[in-house]
Design a protein. Structure first.
Length: 109
């Protein structure tokens, strides 16, 4: 399955988690207090990150969570937007690499 990935910068993880959880109708799959949150819905993979060097409210990057992806890839489109492609396990590995000790594991379904 392929679902859109949207990554947004924020300056307030807690407020963003409350807002986006209400908008999506579900709690995040993962919250790293003061740093990061991830929602994995049936149609959308949404992440928010604080302190990423990008102004709050801006898109950090777009992409696809794709079960068929054999590796994490990233490319830049004609407008300068980064598009990532990854399987859920690749994202889990990235999260655990950035925040050691998180021990995030993908649980589908």
């Amino acid at each position: 399955m392929k679902k859109l990935h949207l990554a947004i910068s924020t300056d307030d993880i807690a407020a963003s988690v409350a807002d986006y959880s209400a908008r999506l109708g579900c709690a995040p799959t993962l919250v790293i207090e003061g740093a990061y949150a991830l929602w994995r819905t049936e149609t959308l993979n949404l992440s928010i990150r604080q302190g990423s060097g990008i102004a709050p409210g801006q898109v950090r990057h777009l992409g696809w969570e794709d079960d068929q992806a054999e590796a994490f890839t990233a490319e830049v489109d004609v407008n300068g937007m980064t598009w990532e492609r990854f399987a859920a396990q690749h994202q889990a590995e990235e999260i655990n690499g950035i925040w050691p000790g998180t021990n995030y594991r993908v649980h589908d379904g």
